[in-house]
Write a protein that binds this ligand. Sequence first.
Ligand code: S3P
Length: 436
Amino acid sequence: MKSINTTVQAGGSMNGVVTVPGDKSCSHRAVIFASLAEGDSTISGFLAGEDSLNTAQAFQSMGVSIERFDETNLKIKGVGLHGLKAPTDPVYMGNAGTGMRLIAGVLAAQPFSSTITGDESLSRRPMGRIIQPLQKMGADISGDDQGKPPLKINPVATINAIHYDLPVASAQVKSCVLLAGLFADGEVSVTEPAPTRDHTERMLRSFGYSVETRGNRISMQGKGKLRGCDLIVPADISSAAFILVAATIARNSDVTILGVGVNPTRTGVIEILRLMGADIEISNERLSGDEPIADIRVKSADLKGIDVPEHLVPLAIDELPVVFVAASVAHGTTRVTGAEELRVKESDRIAAMAEGLAAIGVDATATADGMIINQSQIAGGVVETHFDHRIAMSFCVAALCSSGPITVNDTQHIETSFPGFFELMSKLGMNVNNAG
Ligand code: S3P
């Protein structure tokens, strides 16, 4: 992939009414469930980003017909739980941890062998967390000697029912077990140490599959049927988060983002920013299928540093990099703890953010499980993104409150989750120089 470096000029205001692309988590799941369903499904609001497109391509390589009417509207002819065909090549998931971990749950139960690979960043990410429960279910799956990709899977006669206590609060692991559970003999259940995004559970229900959630325990019976349906993917709150912080820290800003997914397992970023003093108004709350959506209005505000409550960390895990940017200009000190999962995302996000914040003049100290950030005048400078889309977008946002320009190296990876980021941010008022 060609390297693109982007300079964002200092300052500016953010104003306007916009929509952001479809939710990445829901887009992956929509393709997976629609492919395994009986009958046709339509998906609108699909994220036409590299991650979710790789998931679509993976199912096409296993014989699923996926028709794209335009960027965001798809029709998928489901092949049922037992209709996938052996792919001729390794299944390539690009940069997507979600894609790899969820598809592994499906492929572990197929009557054919498969290999799942990814790009350089994905090849460094831990897969032991899904290999272990899948092996407990009787699957024949392995990674390299450190439990990293590529994943190699061989067919087994049966997938066993299990109860699995998740050792980490991870929606990807939960979803992987539930997806394998579709093929299991009997009941499969998981217990979460803390609530994580529940899109899998909601979407199973949209496809007519019964799942029970009781407190932190989720259970389902294997060997049911998924029925094709018409699904609308909500706009991604993780993408909206960059605008929420941008409009908060830029002067004289007032932005409304329409139809954003506000599933309570995803709104940690709003709660954190509000605790810091952000001016965020949620209106027009409604249901879009099984997912709640709303319009979100955000205006400039003075922020104060806080100790981020740990229970909000899994509910804002992907938004913490941009929360660190908000914390950089918040009065006093902000402390984030209990966020060690950030170290195993598309990059080590604690290290990448600490390095980038230091490079632009912010007083930030990385800790084993988070960050301590003191209010600073962001000076500007050059930052490395470590090929991580959210690190790239976070530092672009930082320029709105800096005294000098910020050059963000390798912004090309923004395409994995937020196609059109620079066009949209420029329209709102960000001064982007040489956007790729
Ligand atoms: C996701 C779950 C989270 C999140 C990721 C998407 C999902 O990962 O960081 O971007 O769609 O299930 P973990 O499950 O590893 O926390």
